[in-house]
Design a protein around this ligand. Sequence first.
Ligand SMILES: NC(=O)c1ccc[n+]([C@@H]2O[C@H](COP(=O)([O-])OP(=O)(O)OC[C@H]3O[C@@H](n4cnc5c(N)ncnc54)[C@H](O)[C@@H]3O)[C@@H](O)[C@H]2O)c1
Length: 421
Amino acid sequence: MTSNKNYDIKDPTLAEAGRKRIEWATREMPVVKLIRERFAKEKPLSGIRISACLHITSETANLALALKEGGANAILCASNPLSTQDDAAAALVEYGIPVNAIKGEDQKTYYKHINTALDQEPQITVDDGADLVTTLHTERSNLISKVIGGTEETTTGVIRLRSLAKAGGLKYPIIAVNDAQTKYLFDNRYGTGQSTIDGITRATNILWAGRKVVICGYGWCGHGIALRARGLGAQVIITEVEPVRAIEAVMDGYQVMPLIEAAQVGDVFITIAGNKNVIDKAHFQVMKDGALLANSGHFNVEINIPVLESLSSGKQQVRPFVEGYTLKDGRRLYLLGEGRLINLAAAEGHPANVMDMSFANQALCMEYMVKNRGKLKPKVYPVPERIDKQVARLKLDSMGINIDTLTPEQEKYLNSWQEGT
Ligand SMILES: NC(=O)c1ccc[n+]([C@@H]2O[C@H](COP(=O)([O-])OP(=O)(O)OC[C@H]3O[C@@H](n4cnc5c(N)ncnc54)[C@H](O)[C@@H]3O)[C@@H](O)[C@H]2O)c1
């Protein structure tokens, strides 16, 4: 090991375990595999420097390997201090892809790792939550002139980037991968739905049947979590601030009420709103003894942890990823995974099969960025429809599912206005 190495991982001896984990994920990622095989022949990213701030998991490893086959020089850092799979990180380093990520790293190390990823002067940035792009625009703006473009993986990141663009501050084009239909309808809904329940189950081993589960936020992730919690027999309560989403939740068969009311009856609270202090002081004050608190939204700001600390006389780690906060009146509230996204903190994040589509979009959008170098403006772009549809078709092909095609007569009918009653 040299002192100027461009990677920082927990333990290189974990590489073999990581390789096995990555190979297992490969079996579940047929679309990324197809793209990787084409990239190996065509080298569409030849010599392109990519700095990618993503959850360092076996699925991300498959994306990184596809980019490498495409000719890119990619360097990775974590998009969350608790989401890194140290074995996958070690294997990636062995495959020749530098990774800067250690599960449980502190805030200072997290940003040091982002800066190491930026040191390679990226031409493409890949972000999940926009911490890398924000660091680039604030502390490292001297590097921006070299950037062709970027991609953003998650809802919270897209919201931040749109705000930056609105304020006139975004300096290069970014594609909102999150907003592809083949991303949010599957990754956010089925991926977050299953893996959030998985994370809470692994951390607590609770029986879901009969529990009152309060879900804050009925976006695409909230839809998935609610669906899976109900499937396990939970009584689901939704809290929302958007009237359309609230009425949708009502008609989907859930109870809907303000959080202050739900706080008094809930057994498990899951916030997935992408917002700050969603679960706050007034709620802690009325919760039942033994309530479980989990966040699956991108940042650990959804549960007001500083206030929970201030209301408590002490806290105790009762299981891995479970901290019991004793309130001054004797009630105990259990915070899971330090309030960080529970599916990645206490479980393995989304199953590879759903990340297959998200990361196929990522790889194809990076190829698109390079092909369209210099033609795009500094704004947030949607994923080109052609790419979204292509990902869906490839996924269907991989599942052996055929669908119908429009007849010429139907195509004409759908593009006409003359025919009516
Ligand atoms: N855990 C994961 O692996 C994972 C995966 C994808 C997305 N995410 C993150 O999850 C969060 C939600 O993503 P999404 O795609 O569902 O977003 P979304 O915008 O579709 O949904 C969020 C919902 O929360 C509601 N909301 C906002 N503030 C609220 C409040 N105070 N109380 C109740 N509801 C409130 C909004 O009205 C909206 O309906 C984001 O932070 C996103 O980045 C996490």
